[in-house]
Design a protein around this ligand. Sequence first.
Ligand SMILES: N[C@@H](CCC(=O)N[C@@H](CS)C(=O)NCC(=O)O)C(=O)O
Length: 200
Amino acid sequence: MRLLSSPTSPFARKVRMLIMELNLASSIEILDTNPLGDASELRQLNPLGKVPTLLLDNGAPIIDSPVICDHLILQTTRYDLLPKKGIGRDQILYSQALGDGICDAAFSIVMELRRPSQQQSPLWLERWEAAILRSIAAIPAPLVSGQPTNLGDIAIAVALSYVDFRIADLDWRSDNTPLAIWHHTANQWPSMVATAPVST
Ligand SMILES: N[C@@H](CCC(=O)N[C@@H](CS)C(=O)NCC(=O)O)C(=O)O
């Protein structure tokens, strides 16, 4: 299998972390791809032109990080990370959606701030920032911090690190101390350390 990925994409990071947690690193080749550059192979596989995109050995693409994660967990039967059904599954998918939504809003802020200042929308910048802070406040408190216990933990850890990486001056910690303590430990998980983004 091949994963079209980017070193700074939080969605790709979530999948790369899961690959490590599932011990699949030797069977998935990671291909660095810049979705904002000349990404013709990416667009052929994924008309949305987004990373991550997983290419199966049979040539079929799988797009959208939650779908990729679900596929990999099903293949490895690691249902502790995402059960096949039940309330536990719903809660984990809620956390994942919250984490991914935080990343969507943070990515939008990054892109908006790259536009000429006179074209930037203060209204949208404020809406995205407010959505990030509201969502962080709504994150269900993770109980275990020694290792990621499920896909939701991975998504939340990645999202908080992406906010730190791209919107470093946003103070989300003051009002969310237990989460900040949990995130400090999560930052030391081997799969977090190995996938940490480098500024571009
Ligand atoms: N819902 C998608 C979001 C993926 C996404 O937005 N990826 C960004 C990079 S962080 C991207 O490739 N953007 C390229 C573009 O929007 O043209 C997922 O979870 O995989």
